[in-house]
Design a protein around this ligand. Structure first.
Ligand code: ZN
Length: 140
């Protein structure tokens, strides 16, 4: 599948090599009915190697997830076979229901209906902490 073979869809480009699978999982792409391609270790002049994800449907993707996993990625929206929109990604201040707190004593572990919220506490080092117990999120 080439970019220009997509008529309406989303291309997540410039993903740091090795981060594509994590993005694929956190974006929930496995549960989509449309075709999704995860291309790993593509040669890139700018990055050496990169991963690319192509989604053959114009679905909303969670930009917060991309900003959390790999803020250097770019999101291209393809409509009618042409690039309709290009979005640059930034690290979100808050991550809601993307990752779960790993502290077994955290209130989110017992209160099932509670949202899992993480706050960006150190942008330089990409540190996210649980809003409730301040446990640091796993690095990715
Ligand atoms: Zn917690």
């Amino acid at each position: 599948m080439k970019i220009d073979s997509i008529q309406n869809g989303v291309v997540i480009d410039h993903i740091t090599a090795g981060c594509g699978m994590r993005l694929y999982e956190l974006l929930g792409l496995a549960s989509l009915d449309c075709s999704v391609a995860l291309i790993k270790n593509v040669s890139s002049k700018k990055q050496g190697h990169k991963d690319i994800i192509k989604i053959d449907a114009d679905i909303p993707v969670n930009l917060d997830v991309i900003g959390y996993v790999d803020p250097g990625a770019t999101v291209n929206i393809i409509r009618g076979g042409v690039l309709a929109e290009k979005r640059t990604i930034d690290m979100p201040e808050r991550l809601v229901n993307v990752i779960k707190c790993k502290n077994p004593r955290c209130i989110t572990s017992c209160e099932q209906e509670l949202e899992h919220i993480f706050k960006l506490t150190d942008k330089e080092n990409k540190v996210y902490r649980c809003l409730y117990c301040e446990t640091k999120a796993d690095n990715h």
